[in-house]
Design a protein. Structure first.
Lengths: 316, 347
């Protein structure tokens, strides 16, 4: 089947894509890298990841968490490029180790919410009836409470153990990191579940699903073998954007003092220092703030690029 | 139409019930409402026992939920003070239940929570509504302007600007505004803007002062929302402007201004009704982050402090109030939309 593609000049070109048969993945990858903003996003994100990983070779985590009251609120200098905070910790070292935690929180929370959103959307869409009614009413009910309000409440309820630490991958990390990851993951799947559900509703009536069923495929095989692969595009776009959302939410919670507790640094709880004083301590928030913004901007660009790359209507 | 409204109301009832249950479960997860007493040395164990009975904390969960919703007037609970198996005295429930507006008493303010909320709500409404109106007006102007000049330099600059603000967390924007308009302006000897509260504690409580105190929080709230909203308006406007009837209107020689503002904007504003209707109730919840940064005594500020001190009944009343408001406005939006758009069928 020849695919008609329309070039920028408006000339209909019937040959271009026909000449070279390509897999869906290759088409998506090619389109993605043709998207200028998306490439800029990838580069920006790579630089940030480089900063938080390579930077870790210059400072140890113990140094990042070490307090030095005599050097508190030091302005940026050669010794402390980003200055120091209220207890004399090096803000630069903290943005490096805090960045690792912030990015990790984004990725893990996204994994939880995407898994939940996909499974719930698949179940509601495929089984319909009572399952659908219950799940979708639950989604509606959760969505009536503003996300930040809900998260603050959950965080307050589960933070009784705030001073405890746990060892993850050989690093001593505040338990609050785990709590925050879980509650963000548990409260941000609703949007995706609605998208997946509506997709499944139309997919399950199509011929290939009917064919699979007539050949004796069970529900599990139809859902995961036939329907799920057709939902990959919106899931991947949501997953990308969700990383950014989770990072901002973590930062907001930590900024308000309901997030990750020190000594473990995150970009958000470095900013918390800036909240406690409205004096001219700009270095407390400029570096972590800029890093959060750059990360979210990069992720939004990538998400946009992915959406266009997956969109069969987009021309390129 | 009447049938449609009744149908939507009937759909909303189970939703409100699920929300109420969800909030109750959250309240129970959040912990023991009497935990604060444990730290108070003046409270004897006996008092704790009496209070537990008074609030029915040892009742089965299902009964606790029913009492919480419908009240427990006249329900007697025996209290066994010395643990000898004999009832020493009984407490009688007096709660009237949330269904009749009894949300209990705030621990911190020692007043009914409805009164406490009534005290903070006007401040939030003032801040939120102002920011909302500013957001709508500016997004309309920016969105329509960008749509009419699609892919020109101006449109691209607006696009870049909205993308950056859209990626900016509200606290970062607020901190930047504070740094520029409060700290730097003061340093440069320019008239700087206040960053805390509604009035200067030393100054007078004039409208003038209030407006000065509102500028930065309103700007933070509005700028963040304008980014998303103006994109939305640009997109709907583009869709309408490229449609056939607009081309027809233009070909008939109607002035461009008339085409844009009468023919196009009127239809493009339909989705805007949904956007406004669905976002309106969220004004009530206050802007937690903005109100905290600017110490604005509104609902968000109250909520953070209630959480800090674990003022459970206040927290729960607040969350439930917002959730019910959201359901109500969803219903209202649907009805208004159906009324505005004749293409929507009621059945």
């Amino acid at each position: 089947m020849a695919t008609a593609t329309q070039t920028q000049t408006g000339v209909i070109n019937l040959q271009e894509e026909h000449r070279q048969p390509q897999s869906m993945t290759r088409i998506v990858v090619r389109r993605f890298f043709a998207h200028r903003m998306a490439v800029a996003g990838v580069i920006l994100l790579a630089l940030i990841v480089l900063y938080v990983t390579v930077g870790a070779f210059f400072f140890t985590e113990a140094y990042a968490n070490k307090t030095n009251v005599r050097a508190k609120f030091a302005a940026p200098s050669a010794e402390y490029p980003f200055g120091t905070d209220s207890v004399g910790r090096d803000v630069m070292a903290r943005t490096i180790y805090g960045g690792q935690i912030s990015l990790a929180i984004g990725v893990v929370a996204m994994s939880i919410s995407v898994t939940l959103g996909t499974l719930i959307g698949l179940a509601a869409g495929y089984f319909g009836g009572l399952v659908d009614a219950i799940l979708m009413r639950l989604v509606e009910a959760i969505l009536t409470i503003p996300l930040l309000i809900l998260l603050l409440l959950l965080s307050r309820a589960l933070m009784e153990i705030s001073s405890a630490t746990t060892v993850i991958l050989g690093r001593e990390i505040s338990v609050t990191v785990v709590v925050i990851v879980i509650i963000i993951g548990l409260t941000s799947w609703m949007g995706l579940s609605r998208i997946v559900r509506s997709l499944v509703l139309s997919l399950k009536e199509q011929e290939f699903v009917v064919a699979a069923r007539s050949m004796g495929a069970g529900n599990g095989r139809i859902i995961f073998g036939h329907i799920l692969p057709n939902c990959v595009a919106p899931i991947m776009v949501s997953a990308t954007l969700e990383v950014g959302v989770a990072i901002v939410i973590e930062a907001a919670l930590s900024f308000l003092g309901f997030g990750v507790m020190p000594p473990t640094a995150t970009w958000g709880n470095i900013l918390n220092g800036a909240r406690q004083s409205i004096d001219d301590l700009w270095w407390l928030w400029v570096a972590p703030g800029a890093l959060i913004m750059a990360t979210v901007l990069a992720i939004n660009f990538i998400g946009d690029g992915l959406r266009d790359a997956f969109d069969p209507r987009s021309i390129k | 139409m009447g049938k449609y409204i009744i149908q939507r109301v009937l759909q909303a009832i189970p939703l409100v019930f699920i929300i109420t249950m969800l909030v109750f479960v959250l309240m129970k997860i959040a912990g023991d409402p009497l935990a604060y007493l444990a730290q108070d040395p003046r409270v004897r164990p006996l008092d704790r026992l009496v209070l537990r009975a008074k609030y029915g904390l040892d009742d089965p969960m299902v009964m606790q939920f029913i009492y919480w919703v419908f009240g427990d007037e006249g329900v007697e609970r025996p209290v066994d003070v010395d643990n000898d198996g004999e009832t020493d005295f009984t407490t009688v429930g007096v709660r009237r239940g949330i269904i009749r507006g009894d949300f209990g008493e705030s621990i911190r303010f020692r007043k009914p929570v409805t009164e406490v909320i009534g005290q903070f709500l006007p401040n939030t409404l003032l801040l939120g509504t102002t920011a909302f109106v500013v957001t709508i007006i500016l997004s309309l102007v920016i969105g329509v302007f960008a749509a009419l000049r699609q892919y020109t330099l101006a449109d691209n600059i607006i696009t870049a600007g909205t993308f950056i603000t859209y990626s900016m967390p509200v606290f970062l924007l607020a901190l930047i505004l504070v740094q520029i308009f409060a700290i730097q302006f003061r340093r440069w000897g320019l008239p700087s803007l206040p960053v805390s509260g509604m009035y200067d504690p030393r100054g007078n409580q004039s409208i003038d002062e209030l407006v000065r105190h509102m500028i930065l929080p309103v700007a933070s709230l509005a700028l963040i929302n304008i980014a998303g909203w103006s994109r939305y308006i640009r997109a709907t406007m583009l869709e309408v402007i490229n449609s056939d009837y607009i081309r027809t209107a233009r070909s008939k020689g109607i002035s461009e201004r008339r085409v844009v503002f009468l023919h196009a904007l009127k239809n493009a504003s339909l989705p805007l009704v949904t956007l406004i209707g669905l976002n309106l109730p969220f004004i009530l919840s206050g802007a937690v982050i903005t109100e905290t940064i600017f110490s604005w005594p509104g609902m968000g500020y109250m909520y953070i402090n209630a959480l800090d001190q674990f003022d459970a009944s206040l927290v729960v009343a607040f969350v439930l109030m917002i959730a019910v408001a959201v359901v109500f406005f969803q219903l209202l939006t649907d009805v208004v939309y159906a009324w505005l758009d004749p293409r929507i069928r009621y059945d």
